[in-house]
Design a protein. Structure first.
Length: 284
């Protein structure tokens, strides 16, 4: 959808619906009716300057108010639909372990470890993983990696439907990170070696890093972690979240500080401040 605000089309908004926060029909102080369109991210440019949460107004004639009301309703419906996560969920019923001479063995662990690149010295960590997986989680992917953060060392990394596990190959340490604490995972080139790939897992505070020579292993891990993150939310839940009260309050504090230092004049302060306040969730 392309909207041309103003009478001469001097500003053009051409963005995906998923980039919009919300749309509102409002009457200004001069009694003019406008559709106010808020962006989720305050950084993109509107008419050559950052939006700073200031809505883009689309002037509406008085006789077009009924049509504008329908446009706003359609926009908000599309915004909601564009941010709905649909997951094609495979059968993730945790298999019952079979007991052998070396202890328990689960089919999902066997299948995942067979997909990864074989590494000498990983058998102990794989056997430990068979014991670490719980009856209420399903193992998605595994890989042998070198951990850089939080602790250096080689180990087996595993993504289940509820946890991210790291087991040192010498069994000296094991770490776990609950999937609900993870925001995202992605792969990229290792800054220290062109021959290795790095897997980054971010929990909102710390970014865990794991490196390996086999890019395919880490790409599978990234897909598995992101799948588990999406799966943790209810099927069809809204994601990613709108900017919350704490985020908007931080932007407000920064705006007040810049205003006190003279970096923002009074008109900008009033305009940006109103944009931040009106971007608050409607329930506040």
């Amino acid at each position: 959808m392309v909207l041309r605000p103003g009478t001469e089309g001097e500003a053009v908004l051409d963005v995906p619906i998923s980039d919009l926060l919300k749309a509102r029909l409002n009457r200004r102080a001069d009694d003019a009716v406008v559709i106010e369109i808020y962006l989720r991210d305050p950084a993109p440019l509107l008419v050559g300057v950052p939006a700073d949460r200031t809505p883009l107004p689309v002037l509406i004639a008085e006789h077009d108010v009924p049509a504008a009301t329908e446009i706003v309703a359609q926009l908000n419906t599309q915004i909601l639909a564009a941010r709905r996560v649909e997951i094609e969920q495979p059968d993730l019923e945790p298999p019952a372990p079979t007991w052998g001479r070396t202890g328990p063995a689960r089919a999902d662990v066997d299948t995942a470890t067979q997909r990864m690149t074989p590494r000498r010295g990983a058998s102990q960590a794989i056997a430990a993983l068979q014991r670490y997986v719980t009856p209420d989680e399903y193992l998605l992917e595994t890989a042998v990696v070198s951990a850089r953060v939080p602790e250096a060392g080689q180990g087996l990394i595993a993504a289940t439907t509820t946890r991210l596990l790291f087991i040192a190959l010498d069994l000296r340490v094991a770490h776990e990170l609950p999937i609900p604490a993870v925001l995202w995972a992605r792969t990229g080139a290792d800054r220290e070696s062109d021959l290795r790939t790095v897997l980054s897992v971010h929990d909102g505070f710390l970014t865990l890093e794991f490196v390996a020579g086999e890019r395919a292993d880490l790409e599978r891990m990234a897909r598995a972690v992101n799948f588990a993150v999406r799966l943790e939310a209810a099927h069809g839940a809204i994601a990613p979240p709108d900017p919350g009260v704490s985020t908007l309050y931080g932007e407000w504090e920064l705006l007040v500080e810049r205003h006190s230092l003279g970096m923002v004049d009074e008109s900008q302060f009033q305009r940006f401040g109103r944009g931040i306040l009106r971007s608050l969730p409607d329930r506040c």
